[in-house]
Every structure is written in structure tokens, then in C-alpha cells.
Design a protein around this ligand. Structure first.
Ligand code: PLP
Length: 366
């Protein structure tokens, strides 16, 4: 295999092997300049060409219309929890937040510093399965405030393994999406969103970088206290170069975008990601040794938590998986068990290797 190990980390996560090899090959001598991209001035024409191309490739991949700005910023996903509240709650300081897990919950605390937040349960009624209640499906309707500045949700909950297979309908209220752990994993219709943001460290590139895609008409409602380094309008005006941007991360993101184009774009990635997720969920569902507790309609294609029925085997599972070249499978501390993050860079061979290992382990301990 091209990969030294299969890395199932939730983030920072595996990048495509070809991207890593290209970065390594041009590390000290970019484009014959005799310097690394990391050593180029962000004001140089060489770096501006890198930055502009990366933005264009992202626009092509996601079919981002011209009335949206694309920003390459610092501070990761969490930085945007604060930035979006500062930028969008200046005229109308109230917003609706739909909660489906750890990350949508975390975003609320930042918005509450700026305005009034209404918290909406993202799940509907659980089905009754015999004597027990089954997992809860995603709600499709909410009691939304038509006068709110925006509705915020997290498309894919990295910790909980919950992903929306549909875009919530919010009428005229702009929809804001935390897309950190699912951006670029399948096609989406950007026009349904007022603002999309993503920390880069899953499907884009190195941690610390964040990408923001924002509709231009939303750039006029920032709070006066908005720090300039978070001010979308000022950042857009400066082409994300208000201060020194994370240049090397931006360059690596550009290599990932080119790689995605070579793969055939987001339709192809969506097909691949569905096939990977189906392979693992089908195995887990058919097994009585492992289980996944997420409603089948809300299961993430990117982060797949699973539990061993006998939790006392967790340490042995992780140790033997590591010895088999399958690393970073430990679940998040809040959920426990295991989690396989299978972002774009994870080939189906990696998921097959995991399923083969899980089956062998189950038979050994049956
Ligand atoms: N949102 C989601 C869905 C995430 O998975 C993460 C981090 O994993 C964040 C936000 C926070 O990102 P960061 O650590 O870059 O601030």
C-alpha cells in the first residue's frame, strides 16, 4: 500500500499520499525559486498565484457563485464560532442554534457573548422498538424565529457521527453551516447557505486554517466591536491578506483541491465516500460483536463511531489494530468506544482493511 499506516484520526487527519509527496518534492525549492513556499512573502506574485489558484479551484469544485466571497483565515473552526457571531449579529442580535451534538453545542457559547441565542433540539421523536426506544432521527422542522439574524447548524458532528443528508429549510433567515468535517466530501448546493465555514484539518489541509464562504449581502451587519482580524468585510476587501495569512497551509489546501479535481470532483468523492461508509456500517449492523447507535438516516459518512459489545476488550482492540497498521481508532472521550474517521484521503482499501481486522478480532474473542 502507498500509505505507511491507515490513519483514522478525526483531525488533524490523513491527507492524500500524492499531496504529501508533492509537498515533500517541492518543499525547499518551489517552482525552481530556490525557496520554500513557507519562505515566500505573502505579497509576492509567486504566493499570490498560489492563493488565487487555490481559491479558483475551490470555487470550481463547490460551484461557488460569484456573489459569495471565499476567505482563507486563521483560528480554525472555533475561531469562526466567534467570528460569525460578531459579523452577523450587529443589526439584529439574536440567532437560532440547532443542536445535534458536541460541536453545535460548543458554537453556542461564543454566540451568547454577542447576542441572544435560542437553542433548538435537532432531533425528532425516537421510534419505539419493542420495549426500548431506538436512536432518534433528525428533526426536519423547527420552531424557527423568522426575525432571527441566522440559523446555525453543524452538518456533520465529528464526535457523535451524526450527519445531515438534507439541508434544513429556514425560509428567508440565512442558514449558517459548520461544515468542518464534511466539506468537499460530496456535492452541496452553496446557494442554500448564507455562510459556510470549515476548519481545514479534515478534508482541506493543515489545522489552524479555516475556510469561510459567505454571501456578499451578509457583509454589512458586523458588530462595531468586531476585531479587525475577524471582520469578514475587511478580510474580503484585503483578499484574506489583512495580516500575514497561514501561507503554507493555504498552499497545501491548494494541492488538496487540485488532487480532488484529478479524482473527478465532488460527485466522484461522494460516490467513494458512500461506498466506504456502507462497507463499514453494513459490517457493524450485521455483527453482534459491534454496534453503532446513530439513527440510520443520520449516520455520518465521515466519522463512524462504533462500540464493542464487551467494552473490556477496548484496549486489546486498539493495541492489535495499531499493530495491524490501523491507527487513531479510539473514540472521543465523550462518546467512548471506537471511531473511524474516513475522510476523502482514506482509500476504500483502508476501510476494507479495518473491516477485515474487526472480523478477525471478533472471531478471536467470540
Ligand atoms: N467544528 C467541527 C465540526 C469540528 O469537528 C471541529 C474540530 O474538530 C471544530 C468545529 C473546531 O475546529 P478547530 O479545532 O479548528 O477550532
Amino acid at each position: 500500500m502507498d500509505n505507511m499506516v491507515y490513519n483514522f484520526s478525526a483531525g488533524p487527519a490523513m491527507l492524500p499520499v500524492e499531496v504529501m509527496q508533492q509537498a515533500q518534492a517541492e518543499f525547499r525549492n518551489f517552482n525552481g525559486l530556490g525557496v520554500s513556499v513557507m519562505e515566500l512573502s505573502h505579497r509576492s506574485s509567486d504566493f499570490i498565484a498560489v492563493a488565487t489558484q487555490a481559491e479558483q479551484d475551490l470555487r470550481d469544485l463547490m460551484q461557488i457563485p460569484d456573489n459569495y466571497k471565499v476567505l482563507f483565515l486563521q483560528g480554525g473552526g472555533r475561531g469562526q464560532f466567534a467570528a460569525l457571531a460578531f459579523n452577523l449579529m450587529g443589526k439584529n442580535a439574536k440567532a437560532d442554534y440547532i443542536v445535534t451534538g458536541q460541536w453545535s453545542k460548543s458554537a453556542i457559547a461564543e454566540a451568547e457573548k454577542v447576542g441572544t441565542v435560542r437553542v433548538l433540539d435537532g432531533f425528532g421523536e425516537a421510534e419505539l422498538t419493542g420495549e426500548e426506544q431506538g436512536p432518534r432521527p433528525l428533526a426536519k422542522e423547527w420552531d424557527l424565529d423568522p426575525t432571527a439574524a441566522f440559523v446555525h447548524y453543524c452538518i456533520n458532528e465529528t464526535v457523535d457521527g451524526v450527519e445531515y443528508p438534507f439541508v434544513p429549510k429556514t425560509g428567508d433567515v440565512p442558514l449558517i453551516a459548520d461544515m468542518s468535517s464534511t466539506i468537499l466530501s460530496r456535492p452541496i448546493d452553496v446557494t442554500q447557505f448564507g455562510l459556510i465555514y470549515a476548519g481545514a484539518q479534515k478534508n482541506i489541509g493543515p489545522s489552524g486554517l479555516a475556510v469561510v464562504i459567505v454571501r456578499e449581502d451578509l457583509l454589512d451587519q458586523a458588530c462595531p466591536q468586531t476585531p479587525i482580524i475577524m471582520d469578514y468585510a475587511a478580510l474580503a476587501k484585503a483578499d484574506s491578506m489583512l495580516n500575514t495569512p497561514p501561507t503554507y497551509a493555504w498552499y497545501l489546501a491548494g494541492l488538496v483541491f487540485k488532487w480532488l479535481k484529478r479524482q473527478g470532483g465532488l460527485t466522484v468523492m461522494g460516490e467513494r465516500n458512500k461506498a466506504k461508509a456502507d462497507l463499514l456500517y453494513n459490517y457493524v449492523d450485521a455483527s453482534n460483536f459491534y454496534r453503532n447507535n446513530v439513527h440510520t438516516e443520520a449516520r455520518s459518512w465521515m466519522n463512524i463511531p462504533f462500540q464493542l459489545q464487551d467494552e473490556s476488550l477496548n484496549d486489546a482492540f486498539l493495541a492489535q489494530a495499531k499493530a495491524a497498521g490501523l491507527v487513531a481508532l479510539k473514540g472521543h472521550r465523550l462518546v467512548g468506544g471506537m471511531r473511524a474517521s474516513v475522510y476523502n484521503a482514506m482509500p476504500i482499501e483502508g476501510v476494507q482493511a479495518l473491516v477485515d481486522f474487526m472480523d478477525k478480532f471478533a472471531k478471536q474473542h467470540a
